[in-house]
Design a protein around this ligand. Structure first.
Ligand SMILES: Cc1cc2nc3c(=O)[nH]c(=O)nc-3n(C[C@H](O)[C@H](O)[C@H](O)COP(=O)(O)OP(=O)(O)OC[C@H]3O[C@@H](n4cnc5c(N)ncnc54)[C@H](O)[C@@H]3O)c2cc1C
Length: 385
């Protein structure tokens, strides 16, 4: 049997997970990353039970459990700290059979990189084009043009995917969701719940990461492109009077630890994720708002599914068509649900609408709240073919 070669464009969480999934099925894999160094942003991330299950299927379950912090009990709150609904982590684990994790992005990225054979990742390589029939990938390295041919090409080049733009030139560019977000991973020794708090047109979330670290994020409805001279001061001004421990979390944050991003998503879903020998994955395929904490989780599901379908004797275009059939409906439904969650939660501003929503949430039995939380995270990796 001749060795099959896969090229992955982009070394984010999705691209590295895809590389690992294909490597585990016996593929030789090359990952082309445009950045000069492999990196992830300095923030935390929530891996819901579906992603933890996916990482388990890639052989990384033990490592991510060691690096992260198992799901803490938490729920939804108002800006003054009243609970709207509570979710017990142990109960959620019982329903889903595995726990969620809070983990530093850098630690997850490193764990994925280190699981790949040396030489897999090539940095400073910006992919510009691909021929879906032959699998020839064109890229720029050090100012020179280069190309590489593969049996399978994975477009994991994120929100502003060059491969999406080449293969689906009519698809609209990512749209501004209407919100901007700040986030930081900080040293914070006191226990915090995994909770999201809503104010009018705003939300603040906190996730324990273990090892004395906490990840917090804050989002507001705002015009795109805004920047403050001091982003931390801006967050303190907006959220510093919210319930405990938000003031303490912000007091423990250094100005250099805060990242700010406008939130964009693929508001018009793609008609296909696949063309010939090329499959899109992660944000390249279905960038969504972060309101369900499912963007990277879906990228991991994509990667695990691709690996499961790409067995040694596989007909690549046929396997990719199966990938599209399995992944597109689910990931696009979750992207729609994330946008709905934003409208129902962070984006709601009208006092009467907020009062109705809060009353509804308070009246929802905890079982139903749990089922709502579990719905999107309930996923099993497909059986390898
Ligand atoms: C504020 C915020 C909070 C979030 N919280 C969560 C969460 O809690 N849970 C969760 O699951 N998701 C969350 N997400 C979403 C998650 O971050 C993304 O869905 C996920 O990181 C996407 O991974 P990816 O690998 O598809 O893309 P990316 O992480 O964008 O990686 C793409 C990679 O491709 C490279 N690249 C780009 N163009 C090229 C090119 N032409 N050639 C070569 N390389 C290229 C980039 O440099 C990058 O390394 C959040 C997002 C935001 C903004």
């Amino acid at each position: 049997m001749t060795e099959r070669h896969a090229v992955v464009a982009g070394a984010g969480i999705g691209g590295l997970a895809a590389a690992l999934a294909l490597h585990r099925r016996g593929w030789r894999v090359t990952v082309l990353e445009q950045a000069p160094q492999p990196r992830e942003v300095g923030a935390g991330i929530t891996l819901m039970a579906n992603a933890v299950r996916g990482l388990d299927a890639l052989g990384l379950g033990t490592e991510v459990h060691r690096l992260g912090r198992e799901g803490a009990t938490g729920g939804l709150r108002t800006a003054d700290g009243r609970w709207l609904s509570r979710v017990d982590a142990a109960e959620l684990e019982r329903v889903l059979g595995t726990t969620a994790l809070g983990i530093h992005r850098g630690a997850l990225h490193r764990a994925l990189r280190e699981a790949l054979p040396a030489g897999t990742l090539r940095t400073g390589c910006a992919v510009s084009d691909v021929d879906p029939a032959s699998g020839t990938v064109h890229y720029q390295r050090g100012g020179a043009s280069a190309e590489m041919t593969a049996d399978l090409v994975v477009g994991a080049d994120g929100l502003r995917s060059a491969l999406r733009a080449r293969l689906w030139p009519d698809s609209p560019a990512p749209a501004y969701s209407g919100s901007t977000a700040w986030r930081a991973a900080i040293a914070f020794d006191e226990p915090v719940p995994a909770a999201v708090s809503w104010g009018p047109g705003s939300e603040f979330g906190m996730v324990p990461l273990g090892d004395g670290q906490v990840y917090w994020y804050a989002a507001i409805t705002a015009a795109p492109g805004g920047h403050a001279a001091d982003e931390l001061a801006e967050v303190r001004e907006r959220f510093g009077h919210w319930h405990d421990p938000i003031p303490a979390l912000l007091a423990a944050t250094g100005p250099d630890e805060v990242l700010r991003n406008d939130l964009y998503h693929l508001a018009t879903p793609l008609p296909h994720y696949v063309r010939g020998r090329v499959a899109l994955l992660g944000d390249a395929a279905h960038a969504m708002t972060p309101h369900l904490g499912q963007g990277a989780c879906q990228a991991i599901e994509d990667a695990v599914t691709l690996g499961a379908l790409a067995g040694p004797e596989v007909d690549v275009p046929a396997a990719l068509r199966a990938y599209d059939r399995l992944r597109r409906p689910r990931s696009q439904a979750i992207a729609r649900a994330a946008a709905r969650t934003a409208r129902f939660g962070q984006e709601l501003r009208h006092p009467a609408a907020i009062a109705v929503r809060n009353a509804m949430l308070r009246l929802t039995p905890s079982r139903a709240a749990l089922r709502g939380m579990a719905r999107h995270a309930d996923w099993q990796p497909p059986r390898p073919v």
